[in-house]
Design a binder for this molecule. Structure first.
Ligand SMILES: CC(C)(COP(=O)(O)OP(=O)(O)OC[C@H]1O[C@@H](n2cnc3c(N)ncnc32)[C@H](O)[C@@H]1OP(=O)(O)O)[C@@H](O)C(=O)NCCC(=O)NCCS
Length: 198
């Protein structure tokens, strides 16, 4: 990242957006994906509740996470600004800024900690805060938005702690196990981020 790239005041530059810098918090470290992550991801497997919270069908939610799944997961590493989340030296999840638009200074955010053993300890929220700091303070984005299933109350609570504001509901936008569910759209603006992190 260029040292002269000041926060808030300039339009982000394409070469800055392409970088995935290391982001270090008190407990988690975010870094670009590395070769050894493929096998770590494979070993972590697929947890049915993680699948459910991401809108997957229950049929197949407990099928094994295969070598082919791990390969596909790893191959997507450069499709967006994508960080591996490490806790105590271990891969526990990932966070992404997708759809980075340098003209409109916007992006969408996604995060997932793969196993419940690491939920509800503030680790995901800490990781998200690091990514948002990069989005607003380094890249100079104006707006970060996300979509979350309305029944994913844990994620919504985490996003609200980060300052995300509800924008509306996409009614019955997800068909899961034969039942319709709403999605909630949320966003965070640079001035809200600054006010919350002054
Ligand atoms: C969403 C996620 C990143 C949040 O990270 P996290 O580290 O677990 O979040 P935190 O521990 O900081 O906060 C979770 C909050 O939800 C609350 N919570 C947990 N279950 C809840 C429920 N059923 N209803 C309401 N609140 C709930 C916790 O009490 C906590 O709030 P608090 O800090 O005020 O007590 C992480 O849980 C995760 O990856 N989950 C699985 C995948 C997923 O849902 N991804 C998001 C898809 S949009």
């Amino acid at each position: 990242m260029s040292a002269s790239f000041g926060p808030y005041t300039t339009t982000p530059m394409a070469e800055d957006v392409a970088l995935t810098p290391q982001l270090v918090g008190e407990r988690v470290r975010l870094r670009s994906l590395q070769d050894s992550d493929r096998d770590e991801r494979l070993a972590l497997g697929r947890h049915p509740e993680f699948v459910r919270l991401n809108g997957g069908q229950s049929a197949g939610a407990d099928r094994p996470f295969t070598d082919a799944d791990a390969d596909r997961w790893f191959a997507a590493r450069s499709e967006s600004l994508r960080w591996a989340i490490e806790f105590e030296g271990q891969l526990i999840g990932e966070a992404r800024l997708d759809n980075v638009d340098v003209e409109q200074r916007s992006a969408t955010f996604a995060i997932g900690i793969y196993h419940p053993r690491w939920w509800d300890q503030g680790l995901g929220t800490e990781a998200a805060r690091l990514v948002l700091g990069h989005a607003f303070d380094d890249l100079g984005l104006h707006r970060v938005s996300l979509t979350v299933l309305a029944f994913n109350e844990r994620a919504i609570a985490s996003y609200r702690k980060l300052g995300f504001v509800d924008e509306g509901r996409e009614r019955e936008s997800a068909l899961i196990d034969g039942q319709w569910h709403d999605d909630v759209r949320m966003s965070l603006l640079d001035r809200e981020w600054r006010a919350a992190n002054a």
